[in-house]
Write a protein that binds this ligand. Structure first.
Ligand code: NAD
Ligand code: 0WE
Length: 256
């Protein structure tokens, strides 16, 4: 189905083929959207360019480290020049210094707190502000969150606090941008074995916990995240804004 035909989308957060951003980008492309990709740093440039090229339509691939205002500005001026307008934007970015995801939350340094919030939450505000003037026909902005925003997940620590901020940013942005018909939502994913999850102590146990305890008795797949991401981007979700939609096989409803 071509639910996103004629729409232009900008994708932040592809690092490799396991990235949630790549799953959603593929689904957006399959629904007919034209995409522009960004990547963080030279390390992932080639891999993002190769993935983007595999979509066939030769999408643009631009550098963007979201801690750099000048790189954000350059991305949006390139999109404005080449496409003139924008309909969809995906924010699938998170980072906290590794030490902050080990040990006690109590020991979070001022610098780790700043970095986690800058990259994982403030960047949504900066990108939304830059995107809004191009979303002249309305738009859909989508972020990625995790249950640790709402409940304590041991070791998620400052990332949980940053995700709580991301979800609150989603609501305030939805309020500001609603009159321009720009919707802002978060998809809260159950655990997925990506680069960002690899090397997290106990991650395999977490996947098993979801299999044992979630109502659907399994883990979410990348394809399912792509499908929900496409729904939220489509006119089927035209009256949904400011929401956190759980795509976690129902785990979030459980009390124990
Ligand atoms: P990933 O490592 O594939 O993606 C994380 C992305 O963040 C990478 O592409 C990386 O380049 C980007 N990034 C980090 N710092 C950046 C910066 N300064 N500027 C620009 N980009 C930067 O891992 P993923 O699991 O696909 O993570 C994507 C999103 O999904 C994140 O927001 C994450 O919190 C969220 N999420 C992941 C899971 C999971 O279990 N994997 C669950 C729920 C939510
Ligand atoms: O949002 C995330 C992880 C984001 C992330 C991952 C890393 C690893 C490498 C942010 N910063 C870094 N910094 C690094 O140096 N997830 C939802 C996946 C995740 O991470 C956890 C989890 C889950 C789930 C960490 C502890 C406990 C659970």
């Amino acid at each position: 189905m071509s639910h996103l035909a004629g729409k232009t989308g900008l994708v932040f957060g592809v690092a490799n083929r396991r990235s949630i951003a790549w799953a959603i980008a593929q689904a957006w492309a399959a629904a007919g959207a034209s995409l522009v990709f960004t990547y963080q740093g030279e390390r992932v440039k080639a891999s993002v360019a190769e993935l983007a090229a595999s979509l066939g339509s030769d999408p643009e691939v631009l550098p963007c480290d979201v801690t750099r205002d000048e790189e954000i500005a350059a991305v949006f001026s390139a999109v404005a020049q080449r496409h003139g307008r924008l309909h969809l934007m995906l924010h699938s970015i998170a980072f906290a210094p590794r030490e902050a995801l080990e040990g006690e939350f109590l020991n979070t340094t001022r610098e780790a707190f700043r970095i986690a919030h800058d990259i994982s939450a403030y960047s949504l505000v900066a990108l939304a502000r830059a995107a809004a003037p191009l979303m002249t026909e309305g738009g859909s902005i989508l972020g990625l969150s995790y249950y640790g925003a709402e409940k304590v997940v041991p070791h998620y620590n400052v990332m949980g606090v940053a995700k709580a901020s991301l979800e609150a940013c989603t609501r305030y942005l939805a309020y500001d941008l609603g009159p321009r018909r720009i919707r802002v939502n978060c998809l809260s994913a159950g655990p997925v074995n990506t680069l960002a999850a690899r090397g997290i102590a106990g991650f395999t146990d977490m996947l098993r916990q979801y299999e044992a305890k979630s109502p659907l008795r399994r883990n979410v797949t990348l394809d399912e995240l792509g499908a929900t991401g496409t729904f939220l981007a489509s006119d089927g979700a035209a009256a949904i804004t400011g929401q956190v939609i759980y795509v976690d096989c129902g785990y979030q409803i459980m009390g124990m």
